[in-house]
Unconditional design. Sequence first.
Length: 230
Amino acid sequence: MTVHAPAPCCSCQWDCLKTVDFLAGMPPEKRDELLGRSVRLELPKGAYLFHAGDPCDAIYIVHKGRVKLCVCDQNGQERIAGIFMEHDVMWEGVLVPDSRYSTSAICMTDVECCRLSRRDFEKAIQEPETALRIIGMLSKKLHDANRRNLLKSIADPKARVAGLLLYRYRRQASDVITMRLNEMAGSLALRPETISRKLKELEREGYVKKTGQSSIQVLAPERLMELVSY
């Protein structure tokens, strides 16, 4: 069962929502009305926001922590479709009538987020400026999904790992990437042992530096780019 700890989401407590792209262009009174209808969630590591097969009835905006979208293949191996962090919005399938989630959303850390019902979200996008921002965000998500799929098509495992590191580096403000071996393996369809070997190669060659158990610092993004053949 999905674990929720709901409470009313007061806009004065969630000023960080104002940095979310599709909310930023709304008239203040419309935005405050929308935020007043959203629900604040505080979830522990390992909790589910939703399961694969659940109806797509809401969007989720991550404030703190990390959430992964994943599914198990026929061999029981986890495949990661995406990882969401601060200010990211999860709305896979919410604009498709009668759709259901194709993946499960699992908290990788303790997570704070807010949940906005599909009905209220649909009202929000009737604002022309908000609708344009939604189109822009959907275009970016499609572009990101295409890049992730291209990573899996790279034959050389080392280049595939380099491509994932470069993708994560470009998505965040810091040059330090936090990602466990099993997360990388699920994202790239490689074995954790293979990921570990290739990371050691990249570190020996000066591309990256391991700074913690699950932390990797990107030292030479331009050189990483040269390894990636897409």
